[in-house]
Design a protein around this ligand. Sequence first.
Ligand code: ARG
Length: 492
Amino acid sequence: MSNILRRGRLSSSPDEDILNFTSSMSADKWIFEADILVDLAHTVMLKEQGIIKADDCSKILKGLLAVKEDGIEKLDHSYEDIHISLESRLIDLVGEETGGRMHSGRSRNDEVATCIRIRLRDELLSIMEELAGLRSALLNRASVHTETLMPGFTHLQHAQPTTFAHHLLAHEGALARDSDRVTDAFTRVNKSPLGAAAFASTGFDLNRERTASLLGFGSLLENSMDAVSSRDFLIETASAFANIMVNLSRMAEELVIWSTPEFGFVELHDSYSSTSSIMPQKKNPDTAELIRGKVGTVIGSLMALLTICKALPLSYNRDLQEATPNMWRSVEATRSAVRIMTGIIGSMKVNTDAMATQSTAGFTTATELADTMVRATGIPFRTAHQIVGVLARGTGIPTLKEIDAVSSDILGAGLSERGLTEEMVKDALDPVSNIRRRRIIGGPSPDETGRAISMHIGELEEVRYRINVLNGSIENSLKELFDTVEKCMEGN
Ligand code: ARG
């Protein structure tokens, strides 16, 4: 048997069914390039530690660069995973006497964990960027709608007037926390398990810190058994992604509802809409619906990850192979959903007239009327709540005369006798005035939302700066890796 993995211990090869069942090759396309990086760093370190000779090191590195150049298609897909098929290709190129030394002091167990972390940290950085883009789109839209009235809802019933900017800022605030969670996950993803080998580390004098630094890791995942056994970094990331998607699904749901003629608040750009194959008039908000739908994929991936890891004994178990594709599924769905939502928000038409008209429908100013009674007359809020509640049973917006009639029933005196004026009632029933009064921190008044928008724009700049620093630090490490590889190939 020519299979470099099985030829020793095993005497027969798996048939196609068994190979398909056991192979991770299709998901491993995600980690092909990461695997080359891991091989390069490990080989350089083996030479630096005197474990392999400079000449072998140089040949292995050249071989690895050739494998990289040829791409994943050239690998033998009858192997069960990328790690062994890559090693086999290297041995084909440089011979076993040399290529057979690369895997010294290493196992596929620490190798795969390292590869996944390398790929995932890049994905995390790009999702951080995508999230920053979506937050910018929301803030840009909010900045021109600080005076745009709309009804605010609780229980999806008209509740109080607010502004479109205030509503958009609510979503943006949730995404800011999502972005923090992704950044947090990054620090735990970016730890190096390399050197853990199968689980018990190795008697070779490896320099784990050196490979970690060449690969741009922030620190080591020290305990060698923990290093190969743990996938909590996947669970944590998938959970952050599930949270992002839940937040996006809430935005998507609103966009779908707001696109109906009953609301008519927004109209998605044609490029983000679909039509019907039978009903020629239809314009459907399919992209928003699909964002809502893809949440199922992402939550499903999180459940799969949790379930696969539950009750696994230490250390490495092959079950862990089944975890990884769930992560990639989740990455793909989340990244695309964030990007599509950014496009939807940036391009949709906002019907400010429909929003403004609806802002007072359903007596949304009732709370302000009760508050005004309290401030003007000194009655307790609970009493004012009762008076306005009785008035709300009627059909129209109440006049001072009607208010007096109800308060006489409840208090034995009209509120006008206690200082409530026509002017005050008119003001309480005016949605613009409602908004202006709500100027405490986090409220919808144009001044306050304006302040929040500028503050969040500043925060986004800091987020983008941090993403650049992280990207820059990884780039510098990889540059050092490739510079060292160059030197080693020249025989130094
Ligand atoms: N394809 C495997 C995975 O994704 C790589 C590690 C295999 N290790 C082993 N002992 N069979 O987990």
